[in-house]
Design a protein around this ligand. Structure first.
Ligand SMILES: Cc1cc2nc3c(=O)[nH]c(=O)nc-3n(C[C@H](O)[C@H](O)[C@H](O)COP(=O)(O)OP(=O)(O)OC[C@H]3O[C@@H](n4cnc5c(N)ncnc54)[C@H](O)[C@@H]3O)c2cc1C
Length: 343
């Protein structure tokens, strides 16, 4: 979503478990690794200007003090779920209060950014917060998303009209969605993407299941689908016919779309509702190429390394899909290697 070409790779196992299983296997096969679950890091222990450990709180409120042999790697993720921080730093959007939900997990609280700032870390590009136009209207989650790729689906607003190049950047599509009635849209697809209806999305959900659960809608004709989702049938048919004409001759449409594969002409047809949702925070602590955290004076903070979404400045104002996981793996390895090599 939001890239010019199909370009991302993902593990075969769904919903991120491909990554977790690999890490869990490594942890299980190395008895020197201790995991502290349900333990919240609170602050760094700094001795003579060097980060040497972390003070944390266990499940029952018990204090846990941990000292590092070589260094501390900060990998606490972004702040997509911290509404206060979103409102404090947002520069790109009119409003990111609690009315805008998030795709993120509950732990995306920005804790690591706050902890690092407290010991002088420089924060960079904090205003760069990414939204997607693909949130579940109830939860903001990407679950329930009916798109199977970006080539075939169109977006229509509550009037049944298209309004944007569905192959555009994430920020362009989300801004266009904010301008629509109720900032609410429908993803429309046909059976090219769902030959059987049992094909699953990234959340392991099939369209048949989503329809049965009332989270997606199905019509044998476009008119029937329009009636189910309460949009003007004439507008929907016109939108689809206009789109199909461009698919046929591969010409740019009125929104500048050039990404096409199949026409939307093979029933049954499907629709799923979506709204803007906070997806990624590109700002965070500043690091150098060895993943060492940099302070506001431009100096290395000895003993402290960072990787992943807690870091700022890697992705600019508009992160490309696929690049965040690459970021975590590449800089995670660099941060770990740098810490292990520290004297
Ligand atoms: C629904 C969804 C789909 C995505 N799909 C893609 C994709 O297809 N490709 C891609 O490249 N990127 C994708 N991203 C983005 C990518 O998943 C994230 O940027 C990435 O997982 C961040 O990894 P991280 O390890 O830095 O942070 P996280 O995965 O957020 O992990 C940070 C961990 O630190 C914990 N933590 C936070 N504070 C504390 C504290 N004080 N003490 C202890 N622990 C703490 C959190 O609970 C969490 O477990 C997606 C994101 C979402 C939400």
């Amino acid at each position: 979503l939001g890239g010019m070409w199909p370009r991302a790779h993902k593990p075969v196992e769904p919903v991120g478990t491909g990554f977790f299983n690999a890490y869990q296997n490594y942890v299980d096969s190395n008895e020197n690794i201790d995991l502290y679950l349900e333990t919240t890091a609170k602050e760094f222990i700094v001795e003579d200007g060097k980060v040497v450990g972390v003070i944390a709180e266990g499940k029952t409120g018990n204090k846990i003090t941990l000292y590092a042999n070589k260094g501390v790697v900060l990998a606490t993720g972004g702040f997509g779920k911290n509404v206060e921080m979103r409102q404090e730093y947002n520069t790109l959007w009119a409003n990111l209060d609690e009315s805008i939900k998030s795709t993120n997990h509950a732990g995306a609280t920005g804790d690591g950014i706050i902890m690092a700032e407290a010991i002088g870390a420089e924060l960079v590009q904090m205003g760069n917060i990414q939204l997607l136009p693909m949130g579940d209207p109830e939860t903001g989650s990407l679950s329930g998303n009916i798109e199977m790729g970006v080539e075939n689906r169109i977006f229509v607003n509550d009037e049944g009209n298209r309004f944007v190049d569905e192959g555009a950047r994430r920020d362009v599509m989300t801004n266009a969605l904010f301008d629509q009635p109720n900032a609410h849209m429908w993803v429309i697809l046909d059976s090219h993407d769902y030959p059987t209806g049992d094909e699953v999305n990234n959340f392991n959900e099939s369209i048949n299941q989503l329809v049965a659960d009332g989270r997606a809608f199905k019509g044998e004709t476009l008119e029937e689908l329009a009636e189910q989702i309460g949009v003007n049938p004439e507008n929907l048919v016109k939108a689809v016919e206009g789109f199909n004409a461009h698919v046929a001759d591969k010409s740019a449409d009125e929104f500048g779309r050039t990404l096409y594969q199949d026409p939307i002409n093979q029933g049954p047809y499907y629709a799923g509702a979506r709204v803007p949702t906070v997806h990624h925070t590109m700002g965070g602590v500043k690091i150098n190429t060895d993943a060492q955290v940099i302070n506001t004076a431009g100096e290395i903070i000895p003993g402290l390394y960072a990787a992943g979404e807690v870091v700022g400045g890697i992705h600019g104002a508009n992160r490309l899909g696929g690049n965040a996981l690459t970021d975590t793996v590449v800089f995670g390895r660099i941060a770990g290697s740098s810490a292990a090599a520290a004297k």
